[in-house]
Design a protein around this ligand. Structure first.
Ligand SMILES: *Cc1c(COP(=O)(O)O)cnc(C)c1O
Length: 368
């Protein structure tokens, strides 16, 4: 059995390159590629990943919040960075760090314009976000006249792009709804372009949009989960390589006799002899309590070891009654064969949730 060095999240940058190349192979040659590196680049490390993606010449980055963009700028990233959900309190910081705000309502458009004028900016790049059905953030179609009148004769800011976000691009049962979102976005874009007198970039697709809706690639696409090797549909599994492997080691093995209990609240009472392995990872690391009591499993010696008892803050216990293993042996929580998607499915969750939930106290190791 391989020996691991405690709990580590290994990131395979070669696999990342493979995934980016696969996604780009789905695009027209002049469609730009925006890499979404929010939430520590889906739990990996935004600086390491963004630096590598900059070497691969991605066209744009996006983060969710301003502080995430500041971290990238301070690490020397020079590629344009779109901030998807900036709050007005951070508008000055945006300009100080050359970040580009997504403006999604009249309130934030006015607030940003005032700050850009105050800071004597010219043509500061902004991105207008439109709601076409997700009903989360975005201007609506009826806001267009108001937007155009606000932007009339304005020198401080300039619209770099118009964009929208799909609600169910991975779900082909919702194809009709998605096509309607695409049509509505096109309609909005044409009215805005006419009103502005110039053409900003248009973008609407996330990873599943890239795969399922090529007619909506427009000028740029935005991918996050796909770069990490998850295509949200088994039919794409063979094209992607998951980049993250979460590993740990067996700290201790216990033998429970019939009647012995395991862990907090004595959640498991042995009905026969049970051999357990204690692992140094817990709910503080993102392995939520939902995985306990035989819901989730990890892989030891190529076999499933179910998580038993309640998940503790810093540890879990797994059932190794029928698994040949020893203290110090390697344990795969998820990786390339048993993926984060499969691990999270055991509690009806998704890769999008488990990846960024892996706590920052777990060491990240990058392989080229
Ligand atoms: C997170 C996010 C993305 C990336 O989505 P994936 O499904 O991970 O590719 C794209 N656009 C917006 C607006 C997002 O919030």
């Amino acid at each position: 059995m391989p020996k691991a060095q405690g709990t580590v999240l290994e990131i395979d940058l070669k696999a990342l390159k493979h995934n980016v190349e696969f996604l780009k192979s789905r695009l027209q040659p002049n469609t730009k590629f925006l890499a979404v590196v929010k939430a520590f680049a889906y739990g990996s490390n935004s600086v390491e990943v963004a630096k590598y993606l900059e070497e691969l010449h991605v066209d744009y980055f996006a983060v969710a919040y301003v502080s995430e963009g500041v971290v990238l700028r301070e690490a020397g990233i020079t590629t344009p960075i779109l901030v998807l959900h900036p709050l007005p309190e951070s508008f000055e910081t945006i300009i100080e760090h050359c970040l580009e705000p997504s403006l999604y309502s009249h309130r934030v458009l006015k607030a940003f314009l005032a700050i850009a004028e105050n800071k004597k900016q010219t043509d500061y790049p902004i991105h207008l976000k439109f709601n076409t059905g997700l009903n989360r953030l975005g201007f609506s179609e009826t806001d267009i006249p108001n937007i155009l009148s606000t932007l009339q004769d304005v020198k401080a800011i300039k619209v770099s792009s118009l964009f929208s976000h799909l609600a169910a691009s991975e779900d082909l049962k919702e194809k009709e709804f998605t096509l309607q979102q695409i049509e509505q976005f096109k309609k909005i874009a044409s009215v805005i372009i006419k009103g502005l007198g110039y053409k900003p970039m248009l973008h609407q697709c996330n990873t599943s949009g890239i795969l399922n809706y090529p007619m909506a690639h427009f000028d740029m696409v935005r991918s996050g989960i796909g770069m990490h090797g998850h295509g949200n549909d088994p039919k794409y599994n063979s094209y992607f390589k998951p980049i993250a492997t979460l590993k740990t080691t067996i700290s201790q093995i216990h033998i429970l006799k019939k009647g012995d209990s395991l862990g907090y609240n004595r959640a498991l009472i042995a009905t026969e002899t049970v051999r357990t392995a204690t692992l140094p990872i817990g709910h503080a690391d993102g392995i939520t309590r939902a995985y306990g009591n035989r819901k989730g499993y990890v892989i030891i010696n190529n076999q499933k070891a179910y998580i038993i008892g309640n998940v503790c803050m810093d540890m879990i216990m797994v059932d190794v009654t029928t698994i040949d293993c020893n203290e110090g042996d390697e344990v795969i929580i998820f990786g390339t064969e048993y993926t984060a998607e499969q691990f999270s499915e055991t509690i009806n969750s998704i890769s999008y949730e488990i990846l960024p939930a892996i706590s920052q106290r777990i060491k990240r190791v990058f392989y080229r």
